[in-house]
Design a protein around this ligand. Structure first.
Ligand SMILES: CO[C@@H]1O[C@H](CNc2nc3cc4c(=O)[nH]c(N)nc4cc3[nH]2)[C@@H](O)[C@H]1O
Length: 377
């Protein structure tokens, strides 16, 4: 089945030193330079950020989540509002995850059948059901530029037989998503590769999904608690089987080292709640490594959070002020640390893109790890 897609991937160049690639994704809501980090806006907002602030830091695409918006406020309400872009006043690109992760990580009383997943809402215990067809209807109503197929993100660790059966069902669900996808011309549906930490299952999943000819491919089932070297090994056996003329999206990955290592292995798109989540308890990512600004040592530190950063937070406020706000549980403090962390990752990816352009991403990785204090592997 040929699905004419809403997006096209333009390959610009491959780094001579690392195999990383520079590209552009052309979407109905603008162009995305890749590799790219996508801020997560689970409930139709990137927590504490305004669309204007996200544009200030040049965020080109943000995530929202089918599971959460299905539960609240409901996808029909968002459809009535004119779709997510209108509802949240964001005129750049949006990607929605399908709920394949959340229904397994958030809800109670789950029952997985060939048809779909019966579960209880984590908000009020309501009995609910998601299937490939229902998820396609929800994502169609939300109206993102890129939408994820409904899959099962197998837990880690999980035994071979479980992962095999789960991965094969995820492929059947992907076919059902394609069949019930209403608007392929303006919404690109990505398949999601599964297979746990088993190389042969990962390869099987990649082969089965690429034969279905999606406009882009996500690599799921990773960043679920496995050691990082395992994640990298699974990337190394999966990415080469994905088409080079389509975007590759590694789901749920957002620490600086993992973004760089993922780009080196040919990944184009990343998302993670990490920068926004840790910001809310006063942990920040700086050029000198992680800095927990709520710590007492910063009480009288009137210098910028990160002396090498030119973001709004670092240009206008001191570590002492940030610490005070966070300790006093002042919302503005969360906004300032969130702004900085997102700016840090979005800027890191522009440095990664420049390093690819200059054919020196491995050198950049070593320099970054040296300064950030990460033991590169
Ligand atoms: C390491 O941080 C923790 O772990 C999560 C990130 N890790 C992650 N792995 C994912 C896998 C999938 C998948 O296989 N399928 C679909 N549809 N969505 C996914 C979303 C994912 N997010 C954060 O939420 C945080 O709790």
């Amino acid at each position: 089945m040929i699905v004419t897609a809403a997006i096209t991937y333009e390959h610009i160049k491959t780094c001579k030193q690392s195999g990383a690639r520079l590209g552009r994704i052309h979407t109905p809501h603008g162009i995305i330079e890749t590799p790219v980090f996508m801020p997560v806006g689970t409930q139709a907002t990137v927590k504490t950020m305004s669309p204007e602030e996200l544009k200030e830091m040049d965020a080109r695409i943000i995530l929202s989540n089918t599971y959460h918006l299905f539960l609240r406020p409901g996808h029909e309400l968002v459809r009535e509002a004119g779709g997510l872009h209108k509802f949240m006043n964001w005129d750049r690109a949006i990607l929605t995850d399908s709920g394949g992760f959340q229904v397994f990580s958030l809800s109670e009383m789950r029952k997985i059948t060939e048809e779909g997943v019966h579960f209880r809402s984590h908000l009020n215990g309501d009995k609910l059901f998601l299937s490939p067809e229902v998820v396609m209807e929800i994502e169609n109503a939300l109206g993102p530029d890129i939408m994820m197929a409904f899959d099962e993100c197998a837990p880690y660790p999980a035994d071979y037989d479980y992962v095999k059966k789960s991965m094969e069902r995820t492929t059947r669900w992907a076919e059902r998503c394609l069949k019930s996808h209403a608007r392929p011309h303006d919404q690109a549906l990505f398949g999601i590769v599964q297979g746990g930490m088993y190389e042969d299952l990962r390869k099987q999943s990649a082969k089965d999904l690429t034969s279905l000819d999606f406009p882009g491919y996500a690599i799921g089932g990773l960043s679920v608690g496995e050691p990082k070297h395992l994640m990298y090994e699974m990337l190394e056996c999966t990415v080469p089987l994905l088409p080079s003329d389509k975007p590759r999206y590694l789901m749920g990955v957002g620490s600086p080292d993992a973004l760089i290592e993922g780009a080196i292995r040919g990944v184009d798109m990343f998302d993670c709640v990490l920068p926004t989540r840790i910001a809310r308890n006063g942990t920040t990512m700086t050029s000198q490594g992680r800095l927990v600004v709520r710590n007492a040592q910063y009480a009288n530190d009137f210098g910028p959070l990160d002396p090498e950063c030119d973001c709004y937070t670092c240009r206008n406020y001191s570590r002492a002020y940030l610490r005070h706000l966070i300790k006093a549980d002042e919302t503005f403090g969360l906004r300032l640390t969130t702004y900085h962390n997102l700016h840090f990752l979005v800027t890191l990816m522009s440095k990664v893109r420049q390093a690819i352009m200059d054919d020196r991403l491995l050198d950049f990785r070593d320099e970054f790890f040296e300064q950030y204090g990460l033991i590169g592997n």
